[in-house]
Design a protein around this ligand. Structure first.
Ligand code: EPU
Length: 238
């Protein structure tokens, strides 16, 4: 797991070992010649964006406000408003489930909308290619992103970010909203009144409440517009 931000884990736990790369060695950021950097997969995106800014390196600002790690962002090909992290990756160092480590170059990397071929490995680190820009310009870009999030998303309650992928060119949030589902609840899990593609936790929501609400949303959207919504969050259960 990265930091668990896009993850729903069963109320019954898992009969499995969970690997989280949070020790100092996995949180290093090293600047290379030119405008590249190498970072461990456990580094928080916010720290990575700010370290790059200090070196006047731009390209990561669109990730501002996403509470995840680099490894999680790579596995999910995290993105916002048309930009995805996959486009910045030069190489990724990964370990397979037999413990073999390899360095994958661009040709061996596959990124698609909220998907990558890296999710079948333990991602150890990556090198990213950025562009030189002034600190002032980078700060402006970061602030624009954060403002957009504050305006459009409910940041005052815990959530797992967008619950469903946007189907094709349509917006899942708009489709759910059109069904009049804002505020709908199952237990303490509720469809956000600010952005219908967010399920917020009003207090003591269980994973089972979120799953029930997701099923109700899928049924309503299918009936209302014929669209099959697909989960964006990862669901871990035995
Ligand atoms: N909309 C509604 N009602 C709502 C919510 C949205 O009508 O309740 C409409 C908006 O007015 C807009 C459209 O739907 O016209 C799209 O909404 P928005 O601009 O908020 O973006 P989004 O497509 O819902 C995507 C990503 C977000 C990312 C934002 C901003 C997906 C599924 N979502 O949201 O990513 O933060 O753009 O860049 O790709 C995430 O991945 O967890 C996530 C939140």
């Amino acid at each position: 797991m990265g930091s668990g931000s896009n993850l729903l884990v069963s109320d019954h736990g898992l009969k499995a070992a969970v690997v989280r790369l949070s020790s100092a060695g996995f949180r290093k950021v090293r600047f290379m010649n030119g405008s590249s950097l190498e970072a461990g997969s456990g580094v928080a995106l916010a720290r990575l964006i700010s370290a790059a800014k200090e070196r006047q390196l731009s390209g990561l600002e669109f990730l501002s406000g996403i509470p995840g790690t680099l490894g999680g962002a790579l596995a999910m090909n995290a993105g916002a408003a048309g930009e995805c992290i996959g486009g910045l990756v030069n190489t990724a160092t990964v370990m397979d489930f037999n413990g073999a480590v390899s360095v994958l170059n661009k040709k061996r990397l596959r990124f698609a909308y909220r998907r990558s071929n890296l999710s079948r490995y333990i991602i150890l680190s990556a090198t990213l290619g950025l562009k030189r820009k002034s600190k002032l310009e980078i700060t402006r870009r970061i602030n624009r992103r954060l403002d957009l999030r504050r305006r459009n998303q409910d940041l005052s309650h815990p959530s797992a970010g967008c619950i469903f992928k946007n189907p094709g060119t349509q917006a899942a949030g708009r489709l759910i909203d059109l069904c009049g589902l804002k505020g709908t609840r199952r237990g303490d899990a509720a469809v956000s009144g600010k952005h219908a593609n967010f399920i917020i936790n009003l207090g003591r929501a269980k994973a089972s409440d979120v799953l029930k609400l997701m099923a109700a949303i899928k049924r309503a959207v299918k009936a209302g517009s014929g669209v099959n919504l697909e989960s964006e969050i990862r669901i871990w259960r035995d």
